[in-house]
Design a protein around this ligand. Structure first.
Ligand SMILES: *Cc1c(COP(=O)(O)O)cnc(C)c1O
Length: 396
């Protein structure tokens, strides 16, 4: 019996192997940064989401050590028992103040991960409510898809960036509680959702607009507040999710919204209630991370990142492959074929350049791609090296 179960798994794995869909992990021996060691070999990496180069920032590292001295290593319990620390309170207040100008009567809630924050928002706003309908953008992140499923409500998927199609769906809906949910920056494409139009629709139809700004928080907007600041939006309809393990360089995530939304999540959201609170030391380190994001250094790092994006776009001379039209740190090159994509990623790796090859099901069939991510930690020489390697590789 056991053998049969194992054989089934093994034949499925074999099938993935044959379709070039097996995923491999590589163990990194150094801090996340533009240069990382794998197997003793130094690589120039263009694959992390550490967009501002804060994951190995000495001041944040020092704050984390200080956090351990103040609060130890673990929280010991969930937030509603005894795991809610003063560091969590301070972080939530600081987050609410930081992204608050784009919300109304804002509060923020800190989560262990963005994945959990998204499950919490969608189940918390919808669960058990027979009159809820969720409208989900077709390229949304897996955590939003899973959150929508877990909410057990009626679910409609609208085509990518198709505001007119969404409007038709909202008009046709009889649900009293409507939730529109979208990535702000699409993680595999790098483009921005049409947030101003989506918000106008949500206000007209009395719907929530859940914005997952995992890739925009810290990188977009002149003060780094993210996509809402970038577009100059403010509304009590917005439920904003930002992650803290990408541009913020530490870990965890937060939801910011009108205080009644946040209180609802505290009372109802199972991914918030039934889990051990993140180590308070992380929240303490994030206080320093937010100071950097919102200060002069954050502004300089965002400007440098934008200069690198322009350098890459100006320098690439692609004929068969296609650089997607993105102005964010995510700069994907669509190759199409799975095997060719993985060969290109392997050839770069041979030369000491680490770029992620992304295949279905993470992206639609026949759109396998190199997902290049730039970071303020990169130098213009690093990007010049990447450009030269890509231009050469496409020709061979
Ligand atoms: C990374 C990501 C998440 C998940 O955040 P984690 O903190 O890594 O769990 C959610 N949404 C999007 C769009 C992401 O890119």
């Amino acid at each position: 019996m056991t053998m049969e179960l194992l054989e089934k798994l093994e034949s499925e794995l074999q099938g993935l192997q044959e379709k070039n869909l097996i995923r491999k992990r590589r163990a990194v021996e150094t801090p996340c940064g533009p240069r990382m060691k794998v197997g003793g070999r130094e690589l120039l990496a263009f694959c992390s989401n550490d967009y501002l180069g804060l994951a190995s920032h000495p001041l944040i590292a020092e704050a984390l050590r200080e956090g351990v001295d103040l609060y130890g290593t673990g929280s010991g319990a969930s937030h509603l028992i005894s795991g809610h620390s003063r560091a969590h309170v301070q972080l939530e207040e600081k987050l609410a103040e930081y992204v608050g100008p784009n919300l109304v009567e804002p509060r923020a809630l800190y989560f262990c991960t963005g994945y959990m924050a998204n499950l919490a928002v969608l189940t918390g706003l919808a669960v058990g409510d027979k009159n809820t309908e969720i409208f989900s953008e077709s390229l949304n992140h897996a955590s939003l898809i899973d959150g929508a499923r877990l909410a057990r409500t009626s679910l409609k998927v609208y085509p990518h960036a198709d505001v007119a199609a969404l409007e038709g769906m909202l008009q046709a809906s009889t649900a009293s509680n409507k939730i529109v949910v979208t990535d702000a920056v699409f993680s595999m494409d790098g483009n921005l959702a049409p947030l101003p139009q989506l918000l106008a629709l949500c206000e007209r139809h009395g719907a929530w607009l859940v914005v997952d700004d995992a890739h925009g928080f810290g990188t977009l907007g002149s003060r780094g507040r993210g996509a809402l600041e970038h577009f100059g939006l403010q509304s009590p309809h917005i439920v904003y999710v930002g992650t803290l393990g990408k541009a913020a360089g530490v870990g965890g995530a937060f939801v910011a919204a009108h205080r009644s939304v946040i209180e609802t999540l505290v009372q109802r959201a199972r991914p918030y209630i039934f889990t051990t609170a993140a180590p308070p030391a992380l929240a303490h380190a994030l206080l320093t991370s937010l100071d950097i994001l919102g200060g002069a250094e954050g502004r300089e790092r965002r400007a440098h990142l934008q200069a690198l994006v322009a350098q890459l776009q100006d320098g690439l001379r692609l004929r068969r492959w296609r650089l997607l039209p993105s102005r964010t740190a995510i700069q994907p090159i669509v190759i199409g074929d799975n095997a060719e994509t993985m060969r290109a990623a392997a050839a770069l790796y041979e030369q000491g350049i680490w770029v992620g090859g992304i295949r279905p099901p993470t992206v639609p069939a026949d759109t396998a791609r190199l997902r290049i991510t730039l970071s303020a930690g990169h130098s213009t020489r690093d990007v010049a090296q990447l450009i030269a390697a890509l231009n050469e590789l496409e020709r061979t």
